[in-house]
Design a binder for this molecule. Structure first.
Ligand SMILES: Nc1ncnc2c1ncn2[C@@H]1O[C@H](COP(=O)(O)OP(=O)(O)OP(=O)(O)O)[C@@H](O)[C@H]1O
Length: 362
């Protein structure tokens, strides 16, 4: 039996709707550290200097340079780059943990650069949550009280916050550990507490700053899966910093790649792998197993005279690896169809070219 479209998993699902109003909208964002930093974004000459030249001329470091992007509701937006590329500074600017030098950050329609200290406190308590690499747990508090800490600051009653803390403790798989102290837990479990604490206040956006870098690889993989599961369950908008491409590809609906404070490319994993913007991105993605990331959209071809068009149908966003069995089992090429329109076809040759890493030759 030939599988239908519904039987083949699509590229990992996202509640993101590209037509919806962004949750976060960033325009011309700059963060310059150093003396008289604000003159840098305004000066065409200074903007044109390399990082080294700018430092030599002005004593300033432009950690974030003219960055712009939108994050859609329910999207997992990953910021990726090598050490020093400006990821942490960028994400800290979004909540004004670091004051931006110039630009616009609109959160749910409000330019948060205009927020006064009281409004900022309110936003940080109710709308944003952060998960850091160093869990920042309070050592003398049990899990349930660590998780409920933010709710306590908000003035929630003990009974109510304990109930809510219990709920999220279960959500992150820590039931039974409510009364443990942080030092009784492994690193992975402590980070689960960090996750539960971030979720407890039901924020609109969760910010993750390299949360799993300190964990060993197996625990790290578990925690990545945990984030995917939680995202499916709670559907929160997430902004996630990492320097690890495989983590970015696994978690991100879209990935922003930064270099020296500038954005180099922003796109889905298959866009980065299928059409890297420059050699920097190409170098990042060169070892990615292409069949795991590229979708049929990237490898389909136009039908030619003589091609049979009675094969099975798949959507353009089906990942090559997931389509392989269907394509190789079919006697005629698979039709790539979207909303009833035939976009192209994919046969054994296109699939095998990806597997062999030479799809450009087809
Ligand atoms: N408070 C500061 N004062 C001066 N320069 C800073 C400050 N904070 C960051 N920088 C500089 O800004 C640049 C970007 O730093 P940032 O920490 O944002 O990068 P990153 O990509 O997050 O790196 P990492 O992965 O190592 O954390 C670096 O050159 C860093 O030295």
């Amino acid at each position: 039996m030939t599988p239908t479209q519904a039987e083949v998993p699509q590229r990992h699902g996202t509640p993101r709707d590209s037509d919806s109003t962004p949750v976060i909208s960033v325009r011309n964002l700059w963060k310059v550290f150093g003396p008289k930093a604000e003159r840098v974004p305004d000066s065409e000459e200074l903007c044109g200097l390399t990082r080294r030249e700018l430092m030599d001329r002005t004593g300033c470091t432009a950690a974030v340079r003219d960055v712009h992007f939108d994050v859609s509701p329910g999207e997992v937006f990953v910021v990726m780059g090598l050490s020093g590329s400006g990821k942490s500074t960028l994400v800290r600017c979004l909540t004004r943990l670091i004051e931006p030098t110039a630009g616009e950050i609109v959160f749910e329609g409000e330019d948060i650069r205009d927020a006064d200290p009281a409004r900022l406190r309110d936003l940080r308590r109710r709308k944003f949550s952060m998960v850091f690499q160093h869990f920042g747990l309070l050592p003398h508090r049990q899990v349930v009280d660590n998780v409920g800490f933010g709710l306590e600051i908000r003035g929630m009653s003990r009974a109510e916050r304990t109930r809510r803390a219990q709920e999220v403790v279960e959500l992150v798989g820590l039931a039974g550990y409510e009364n443990s102290y942080p030092d009784q837990l492994s690193g992975g479990m402590q980070q689960r507490v960090g996750l539960a604490r971030a979720l407890a206040g039901d924020p609109d956006v969760l910010f993750f700053d390299e949360p799993f870098s300190a964990l060993d690889p197996l625990i790290r993989r578990d925690m990545q899966n945990e984030v995917i599961r939680l995202h499916h369950e709670v559907g929160k908008t997430m902004v996630f910093i990492t320097h690890d491409l495989s983590e970015a590809l696994k978690l991100g609906d879209r990935i922003l790649i930064m270099r020296d404070g500038k954005m180099v490319q922003c796109g889905t994993g298959d866009e980065l792998v299928g059409a890297p913007a420059d050699d920097y991105v190409r170098e990042f993605v060169k070892d990615v197993p292409r069949g795991d990331v590229l979708t049929l959209r990237w490898i389909m071809r136009a039908p030619e005279d003589g091609d049979a068009l009675d094969g099975p149908e798949l959507g353009p966003d089906v990942v090559v690896r997931e389509a392989t069995r269907v394509v190789l089992a079919a006697d005629t090429p698979v039709k790539v169809v979207e909303n009833g329109t035939l976009l192209g076809i994919v046969g054994d040759e296109e699939i095998l070219a990806v597997v062999a890493g030479r799809e450009g030759d087809v």
